[in-house]
Design a protein around this ligand. Sequence first.
Ligand code: GLU
Ligand code: ZN
Length: 305
Amino acid sequence: MPTANRNANSEEKPNYVGRFAPSPSGPLHFGSLVAALASFLDARSQNGIWRVRMEDIDPPREQPGAARQILKSLEAYGLHWDDQVLYQSRRHETYRHIISDLKTRGLVYPCTCTRKDLRGQGGVYPGTCRDKTDNTKSPYALRVRCPEKVIEFQDLIQGPIKYALPDLGDFIIQRKDGLFAYQLAVCADDADQGITHIVRGHDLLNATPWQIYLLSLLNTATPAYAHIPVITLANGDKLSKQNHAPEIPLHQPEQQLINALQALGQSPDAELHGSSVSEILQWGIAHWQIEKVAKQPFVPLAALS
Ligand code: GLU
Ligand code: ZN
């Protein structure tokens, strides 16, 4: 059950609003439990608000029932969120509105490149369609035109981060198939939900400069960021539905929580064995030290047992 806001107050802006933003492409696995727990502990240890947002903007990649299953798992693990869950599938009107505004301001352009056209570019868009006029005859995606700008921020785990936007390339906010892209939805929602702290997986570190730039276009201040290691299989692959990462068990969540604390470098006391879910979380909140989280991009699951 959602709990009441802790530091929400009608007069003042809360000084900490965090979130966990799963994509319902499968049930909650151990890697996503670690991400949920990290953002929860960081928020609660600062008496902050913690929200859950369901990032269901990509129906072809979603699994029926996964959103419900994820929420059930969070509850079984004692990770109770504040307010209502926000569903991106109900936010299309807002996304359309933002896109039309960015278009009016000349900040986006249509791109008709195919996957084949972009092969061999190392994932960085070379700007092929930037200056084309009348490029809307065949199906097109919409890209944000990135300026010659260096984005710097202080990641609470990774330390100082600096990227030149041109090295990342112009990014897509609406796909050729018409679906809204993750970069757009995540920024629109972080802005509208008043998110001040983003704790999430290291795989999103290099999307952060784009998001800081897009947030600035939405008149939103840069939140604090902390990127935690991604849990992988022994071969370095991220746990995911594609590689059949098992759903975390709903019975006996205690051991999984202790393992997740360990994955976050929090060295749980031996006395925690035999404790209840809420005792383990209380311990986690009281002892949370973000500086103990490893800086590395990956932690193999095998290293935790
Ligand atoms: N929905 C994204 C994912 O599951 C996370 C988005 C975010 O935390 O910014 O990978
Ligand atoms: Zn193009």
